[in-house]
Design a protein around this ligand. Structure first.
Ligand code: HEM
Length: 794
């Protein structure tokens, strides 16, 4: 990460705000009109050839956004079952049908796409889920049903996204310079106030999904050839292509087919590669059908394809040598508006989504460069677009002040929605009354008077931690401390807050810890790529299934923890033990409230998940990065060691609360590490009202993020230095009413572990501090882990 050369700058944070909004078309995106016309003609000719083979029903009329009864009609039609006229099958056709069914079953045996857990990829199963059908169809039709819709809905529906500012800010000299409102310029608004992209662009609408000629891939839309089924010939769903109903797809073949085609199209858009060319496989005959299936499975990277033999059996007349001369369109051609672009402060640097670093490490670097540039230009906020979301980063303490001090701007942004699947509406994500109630209820569990008991556990687990490292000491080998620290931190949160001894330290591959990491990464991938906000694509690329699998492990783990403690708690009560409510451990307090019918099991589950996550991943990040700073700064490490030695000498006695209060230099080192590598790199808020930040007015519908960086110098936390700064220039635990509830807990845990590590071992590494890059996930990850050598101190 780039460090800011100016020490004053180095303490500036950013806040991000996201209204779903508009942006500027970039010149490079549009090919010339001639080229477009040529492409259109080419597609038309090709399409005409294909059309000969297509069964064409009455085509749907062009969508007219001014007539809402057209939409109503569509919806009614969609709710009706479409009966395909059935003609008598010949014996030969029946035989072929039977063979297909058999082959299909064979293919499906290993990779049962109908089984949620096994299906590694693709969304076809999603069509069997009624709820999701509604979601998808409504999502694509652009008709708001609930305020939960995202993805393409947010292209143009203010009432759905809840974030598009009503006024434009161009006229306001103080306002952030927003690019022109593409919704107004490019869209057609109907009387419901929703918009769609005009027909000259990729159009997603009301299941009459159509890609205008110039944007078809090498075929054309037969709109309406199967009623309102999406009918893009290259990606026609197999059951339509072969005019056969496939087993288990009979319930809702039209929608299944729609989703198939949409998924394929977006997959092609995303990868820039043709998935499979139906045209080459047609005219259909049995072996070609197998070939198509094979192609499909290849595209989906279905695992059974490793078993080539099995596929070969299915392909009796294998015709592998299909050469496809295909020149995919660029994202920028397909999405000439800002939808898939990210705009930094100056639009010269606009990038489309494929150019923006999607790697969390590169992204943070990129953000840092933007921040430095903005500071150089005297700006106090930076704004970027990711898809339709606008993020505003306050980069000075003063610009941050109005948001952290606000008692009303406490709502978390849409970027937290993904975490809701896991953490529910626990304290981190909930808002308004629920949040207020929970915050009041949970605060005593982490009150100062509980900490003394916790320090004993910090001490016990830290001792175990350093003992387990013993075998690596003085060997000269590099050992990665990061996963080990995570396990220790997990043991600590379980023992302190949940009253459960987990012994994760004894298990180097704790699946829960691995899944926490995986989930954060998946969330990052999701939030960064607007295309993934469409559920079909999300599942098509396998992330949906991976998310479900990960969640299952995460929730299963906490479920077990709660159950174990609930049983112990019941036993204690049966044995007549009484509890002082004020001193109950976190989980016991929740269980007690459940007994009093104040909480449900699900309420407990979401809080336990929240605290398990926030309570271990954050502190382990803080401890890891501090170790890194120590290993890369031997002279500072020696100063810390001296401070520890002066207090403990050669003894390896337990660490007490009194010790923690005395070791001021170590505390400064920890704070400085958190300034350089803030464990929670971004905090987001969705603005409810326009807000003045620094010299800009930030429109409502926004959220807040604070990245941080620079040179390691614990003296930055000498009291005289602190007094020189804005009080909000350093906020690793956030600030104001919605700050971190566990910050004292975290500081004491980190101090205890660092004392144990540093009095037992001298840390060193061959790397330099910034060789190890932080990754901008929910929790800041060290790219290299924490590879250090350990030398026994005594
Ligand atoms: C170095 C360690 C930690 C850091 C840097 C940290 C940082 C933060 C930050 C920045 C927030 C605000 C997040 C947001 O608004 O999105 C937060 C919230 C929170 N933290 Fe921490 N945290 C740490 C440790 C802990 C621990 C140990 C616990 C629990 C024992 C904890 C529990 C929470 C909870 C529950 C919230 C949500 C509070 C609310 O919204 O009212 N954190 N933390």
């Amino acid at each position: 990460m780039q460090l800011s050369p100016n020490p004053n700058d180095s303490f500036q944070e950013s806040l991000t705000i996201i209204p779903t909004n508009q942006s500027q078309p970039s010149n490079e995106q549009c090919s010339s009109q001639d080229e477009q016309d040529q492409a259109r003609n080419a597609f038309t000719r090709k399409d005409c050839e294909r059309k000969v083979n297509a069964e064409v029903e009455t085509p749907l009329p062009e969508r007219n956004f001014d007539q809402d009864d057209r939409l109503q009609q569509e919806r009614k039609r969609r709710s009706r079952k479409v009966e395909e006229p059935r003609r008598q099958q010949s014996e030969e056709e029946k035989r072929i049908d039977a063979e297909i069914e058999q082959a299909y079953e064979m293919m499906m045996k290993k990779i049962d796409l109908r089984d949620h857990d096994q299906a590694p990829l693709l969304s076809r199963r999603s069509v069997n889920n009624n709820k999701r059908n509604v979601y998808l169809s409504e999502c694509f039709s652009g008709i708001p049903e609930t305020s939960k819709h995202k993805g393409f809905m947010s292209l143009g529906n203010p009432s759905v996204t809840g974030g598009v500012p009503k006024k434009t800010f161009h006229d306001d000299p103080q306002a952030i310079p927003l690019p022109p409102n593409f919704l107004n310029e490019l869209s057609i608004a109907d009387q419901h106030g929703f918009y769609d992209i005009p027909a000259s662009h990729l159009k997603i609408g009301d299941m009459n999904f159509s890609i205008p000629k110039r944007y078809t891939f090498d075929g054309i839309v037969h709109s309406g050839s199967h009623g309102f089924i999406i009918d893009i010939s290259p990606y026609l769903a197999p059951e339509l292509l072969f005019n056969r109903s496939i087993k288990n797809r009979k319930d809702n073949p039209d929608l299944a087919a729609d989703i198939w085609s949409i998924g394929c199209i977006f997959a092609e858009l995303l990868t820039g590669k043709i998935l499979y060319d139906t045209a080459e496989i047609l005219p259909m005959a049995l072996p070609q059908e197998y070939l198509l299936w094979r192609k499909i499975f290849q595209v989906l990277r279905v695992s059974s394809l490793n078993d080539e033999e099995e596929v070969e059996i299915c392909i009796r007349n294998n015709n592998e040598s299909i050469s496809i001369n295909y020149d995919p369109l660029l994202w920028t051609d397909l999405f000439p508006d800002s939808i898939f672009q990210i705009f930094p402060l100056d639009s010269d640097n606009a990038r489309n989504i494929t150019q923006v670093p999607t790697d969390p490490y590169d992204f943070l670097d990129w953000l840092q460069i933007l921040k430095d540039k903005a500071l150089g230009a005297g700006e106090e906020v930076v704004r970027i677009f990711i898809g339709t979301k606008m993020y505003v980063f306050p980069i000075t303490g003063e610009a941050l002040k109005p948001i952290v001090e606000s008692n009303t701007e406490l709502k978390k942004s849409v970027d937290y929605d993904f975490f809701e699947k896991w953490l529910g509406l626990g304290l981190l994500i909930s808002t308004d009354d629920k949040w207020r109630y929970r915050r009041k209820m949970l605060t005593p569990s982490f009150h100062f008077n509980m900490l003394e008991g916790f320090v004993e556990i910090f001490d016990r687990e830290s001792r175990i931690f350093v003992n387990l490292l013993e075998k690596h000491a003085n060997t000269g080998e590099m050992v990665d401390l990061s996963p080990r620290i995570k396990n220790a931190a997990l043991d600590i949160i379980c023992a302190t807050a949940m009253g459960v001894d987990l012994n994760a330290q004894g298990d180097p591959h704790q699946p829960y810890v691995e899944c926490v990491e995986k989930f954060s990464l998946i969330a990052w991938i999701y939030n960064m790529n607007p295309a993934y906000w469409i559920e079909t694509i999300w599942y098509l690329f396998g992330h949906g299934f991976e998310t479900e699998r990960t969640l299952k492990i995460l929730k299963g783990f906490t479920h077990k923890v709660i159950k174990e403690r609930a049983e112990a708690f019941d036993d204690m009560k049966k044995n007549g033990q009484t509890f002082e409510k004020k001193r109950l451990a976190f989980l016991d307090m929740l269980l007690n409230m459940k007994d009093e019918n104040q909480l449900t099991f699900e309420d407990i589950r979401e809080e336990v998940d929240t605290f398990m996550f926030e309570g271990h991943d954050t502190t382990s990040s803080g401890i890891s990065w501090t170790c890194w700073c120590m290993a890369t700064h031997p002279e500072i490490q020696e100063l810390v060691y001296k401070e520890i030695y002066d207090r403990f000498g050669d003894s390896d006695r337990e660490v007490t609360l009194e010790d923690l209060k005395e070791l001021k230099y170590l505390e400064r080192c920890l704070k400085e590490a958190m300034r350089l590598f803030p464990p929670v790199p971004m905090v987001h808020r969705a603005l409810r009202e326009d807000l003045k930040m620094g010299n800009k007015i930030v429109p409502k519908g926004a959220m807040v993020v604070f990245p941080d960086s620079m040179t390691y110098n614990p003296d930055n936390f000498l009291s005289e230095k602190i007094s020189e700064r804005h009080s909000y220039s350093y906020v690793p635990f956030s600030a104001g009413p919605r700050n971190c509830i566990g910050q004292k807990f975290a500081m004491y845990e980190e101090l205890t572990m660092m004392i144990w590590i540093l009095r037992r071992y001298k840390l060193s590494t061959t790397y330099k501090i910034h060789d190890n890059r932080p990754g901008n996930e929910a929790i800041l990850r060290p790219k290299l882990g924490i590879p250090v050598k350990l030398e026994r101190r005594n």
